[in-house]
Design a binder for this molecule. Sequence first.
Ligand code: PBG
Length: 336
Amino acid sequence: MSPLAAYPALRLRRLRQADWIRRLVRESVLTPADLIWSMVVHDGEGDVPVSSMPGVSRLSVKGCADAARQARALGIPAIAVFPHIDGAGKDAAGSLALDPDGLVARAVKAMKDAAPEVGVMCDVALDPFTDHGHDGLLEGGRIVNDPTIEQLVAQGLMQAEAGCDILAPSDMMDGRCGALRQALEAAGHQDVMIMSYAAKFASAFYGPYREAIGSGKLGTGSVDNPPDKKTYQMDAANSDEALREVALDIAEGADMVMVKPGMPYLDIVQRVVDAFSMPTFAFQVSGEYAMLMAAARNGWLDEERAILESLGAFKRAGCAGVITYFAPTAARLLGA
Ligand code: PBG
C-alpha cells in the first residue's frame, strides 16, 4: 500500500490551482539582480555579430560603455567582459594580456566611467591573447603551472589598476587564487574581489565562445601545442574533485566561487552550495546559449520561457547568481 494512502486529503495540486497561490508558495525567485552580463569587446568600430551565438555581438569599447548604462537601467548588477584580440597581436606568452593600455583596460575604464554603479568583472587567463589558444604558458607541449601564475598575477594587477571590481581567474592553474590575493593586498587593492572559476570543466560547451573571442586554435600556433585543455580543466566525470577545487580556492582567499558550465553541471552547483555556503555562481556558457537559441530560432522551443526557466534553475539549485549572455533579454522579460 502506498504511504500516501494514509493521507487521502493530500492533494498537491491544491497549491497550483491559480497564479496567486503559485507565487505565494514559490521556493526560489529570479530577478535582474541575479544576473552578470557576459559581454565580448573588440577593438573596432560598431557591433560585429557572432554567427554561432545569434543575438550576441562583439561590442566596441564605446558599445560596452553604452551597455553598462543599459545594465544600470535594467537593474543588472555586473558585467563580465571578454576581449576579442586580433590574431596579429597574439604570441605564445599572451603578452598583450598585460598591456595597461590594451583593450580590456580601455573597456573597463569606459564602463566604469559610464556607469560606476555597475560592477565589472574580468577573466584572469591568457587564452584570448595566446596564439596557441591555451590559458597558460606552454613549454615542451605542457602548460607550466607556476610560470603561468606569474603572468596571471601581472594580468590581474593590471586589471585592478584599470578599475576592475572582480577578478575571475578562469585558468585552472593550482594556487592562482592565493597568488592573486597576496599580490592584490600588497598593491593596495584590498577591496578588489576574487570570483574563482573554482570548478571549471574541460567542456565542449565553450565552442561558440572561442569563435566569439577569436581564440587561437588549440593544437596549432607557434609552439608545441596540446589539442585540448584536459590537463588543467576538470574531467567532466568528476564531482568529489570539484569540492576539493572549491575548498582550495576558498582557503586561498576567493570571495565567491563559480561552477562552469552551468546547466549540465547543476549537481555540482548544489553540492558546492550545500558544502560551503559560499556565494556560488554558475556560468551559463556560450554553448548553452547557442543550443537554446538554435532551438528557439527553429521554432522548437519558446524562446522567452526557455530562457527564464534555464536561468531559474540556477536559483533553485542555490546559486547567488548566473553569468549569462541572456542577461539583458532576461532582465527585460523579468521587468515586463
Ligand atoms: C577562458 C574562458 C573560457 C570561457 C570563459 N573563460 C573558455 C575556455 O576555458 O576554453 C568560456 C565562456 C563561454 O563558453 O561562454 N579561460
